[in-house]
Design a protein around this ligand. Structure first.
Ligand SMILES: [Mn+2]
Length: 211
């Protein structure tokens, strides 16, 4: 598990994040993956977040997830629709994947998702589910890939996870320990929302105000 990181230093929003991946078989690679590429690691929250579920599980799912990570990492600044086109081409030779992407751009949150990944925008007013389109990245995209825009502000959380976790998870309150250490929210979700026999992956992102 990676330690959460804190970025500060420019006008706008700050980001702290943590993630947790769990393969169903301890001796197998995990077919789920998450990625985060910030425009400037030391300044603010602007950047790209990804959650990836290589279809099925085991080495072939893990390979699809790694190809997706490499493809996103090569040009994370590109528009979400272009990233999905690149991903669909790159994953054609693999088993394919479900992928959800979030772009943080100032106080705008852009979302596009294809396949069965889950993205929750947790605000003071409650949980907002960002809906993905049906399809398999690498198996022909929906046309068009739909991008939606949402306001983002300090105090929001973003929860990105695969279908190894149940998106009906209830989060009635924010525990102080989650605010102190987002990794504890990853652990909570893994313990309380694990669903079925599948790999599971979750990344939590805490949006704050830059000092
Ligand atoms: Mn899955």
């Amino acid at each position: 598990m990676a330690a959460p990181t804190l970025s500060t230093g420019s006008p706008g929003l700050s980001i702290r994040r943590a993630h947790l991946l769990q393969a169903i078989e301890a001796d197998q690679p995990c077919g789920d993956a998450v990625g985060c590429w910030l425009a400037d690691e030391s300044h603010g929250a602007d950047g790209l977040l990804a959650v990836i579920d290589g279809l099925g599980h085991g080495p072939e799912a893990a390979q699809a997830a790694q190809v997706a990570l490499q493809t996103l990492g090569a040009a994370p600044e590109r528009p979400l629709s272009e990233l999905f086109a690149r991903l669909d081409r790159a994953l054609f030779a693999t088993r394919g994947a479900a992928i959800g992407l979030l772009r943080i751009d100032g106080q705008r949150l852009l979302h596009a998702g294809v396949g069965n990944t889950r993205l929750l925008h947790w605000r003071a007013q409650g949980l907002v589910r960002l809906v993905s389109q049906n399809g398999i990245v690498g198996g022909g995209l929906p046309s068009p890939v739909v991008e939606t825009e949402h306001p983002l502000q300090a105090g929001d959380w973003l929860l990105l996870f695969t279908d190894g976790l149940d998106e009906r998870v209830r989060l009635p309150l924010r525990l102080p320990e989650w605010q102190r250490d987002p990794a504890t929210l990853c652990q909570h979700l893994m313990q309380h929302a694990r669903a079925g026999r599948d790999d599971a992956g979750v990344m939590v992102v805490q949006i704050g105000a830059l000092a």
